[in-house]
Design a protein around this ligand. Sequence first.
Ligand code: PGA
Length: 252
Amino acid sequence: MKKTIPLIVGNWKLNPVTLDDAVKLAIQVASKQKKAEVPYVSVAPPFVYLSEVGKKTKKSSVSLAAQDVYFKNIGAHTGEISILQLKDLGVEFVIIGHSERRAMGETDEDVQQKVLMTIKHRLIPIVCIGERERDEQGHFFSFVEKQIRCLAKVLSSAQMKKIVIAYEPIWAIGTGNTATADDVREMQLFIESVLTKVYDRSTAKNTRLLYGGSVKPNNAKELHEEGNMNGFLVGGASLKADDFTAIIKAVS
Ligand code: PGA
């Protein structure tokens, strides 16, 4: 994956309610993305729809992503889904450590293990980080730095370059309070500076960064051009094919 080509990932979360609707949405998104063109596009439906959505996107340039993964491959782990099962379905990306999962108790250690398991099997983790709120003193920068350092504890530079970091400030997710393009640009520089400190400049330059949090058709262009990240993780707006396509066009 060339970092110069943006990556747009649609996180469907717990939507839609029926398989029929999931398949319809997949067909609509895929039909608008037939040619392998800029940018890279991926959709992350709920686990139960992965197989059918994968069949509909297979012939298009839209790839498949999962919303989570478990860090064991087999055995007595009721309710969990393994990386091997995801790989078997053709999944390429795995969202890990989304704030909505962290809010349900997922720890930094869980995130580390899931990332390692995903890399080991050559899928690409999209690791979500981001502060709950912003404060005038800028403590949120330390929070983000801590999350990156936690990942860095278990990843070599070569491994870090293979993952995607999605900066998703929690206050911007699903609220309509998008970060400004300046906020995004500032965070992009900050994350690169942390990666440079922890690793080196090459790691910082080669690790893909996404922004997520109320990305919509009307703000995507400015956020992309001025925010200077390498793509978006899109929630709500990925559930309407027209909106998702408009965001894809905005970065093309
Ligand atoms: P949102 O969600 O676009 O609805 O804010 C983003 C996300 O949670 O990934």
